[in-house]
Ligand binder design. Sequence first.
Ligand SMILES: [Ca+2]
Ligand SMILES: [Ca+2]
Length: 258
Amino acid sequence: MDAIYENTDFVDLSINEASYCNGDPKGVHQKRNVTQSKYTKVLLLVLCVFVVLAVGGLCVLGVLYNNNLGDFESLHVQHQRALMQLSAQEINATTMESELHKLKAKNDRLRASLYDAQSCNLSVDGWTVWRRMIYFSTDKRDWASSRAVCVSMGADLVTITSQKEQDFLVSKIKETHWIGLNDLETEGRWVWVNDQTLEETGVKFWYKREIGKSEPDNWKVEDPSGENCASLGDGNGNLHTWFDGSCKNKKRFICEKK
Ligand SMILES: [Ca+2]
Ligand SMILES: [Ca+2]
């Protein structure tokens, strides 16, 4: 480039000298033309530089765009895969929910069948099978002796902790039976043979009189020590309710094996 400027200056000076020597005023115009040509070349050079830079910038932008486009396509593919996996999981969840409903229905049917089996008169070696093994004695004993017989068979006097249990036992007896409830230790504090109190079980079926004291009344006319043992029903029947009676009375009894 310096060579070009040097040559131009040389031409420029040559023209000036020739013009002045020849007395020609047009030489001034020729000098101006040469100067304009020089500026034009510089301008073109600058424009070329700008064009090159612009093209380079566009190339860089193109590369960045392609890279970002590749990343976007990769993210799009990942998004589509995630959607497919989510859809598959939703289908699995629906299937599992359907299976759960089927299992619940099956469980309900099995429970109903079990309840039916428990309600039938299945008997094994004199024991009635209903949720637990229940034994209804045929002989009559006082309360303590009754309990001792139950314990000797690996059981104890029955405890009643639900309406269904009460209803089942009532349905199986035709006269009064001892049950595992007493207030022998503390008068008025009734506890089952497993030490549960009536407050703990929340279940009691004492006989209620419209006139006079309801059960337990701890009646002392027949036994001065009072009535400290409970039975299902009394001498008059009333089998759906409980009575306290003298522990010395002899009654049938009900054992329960846990
Ligand atoms: Ca009592
Ligand atoms: Ca009584």
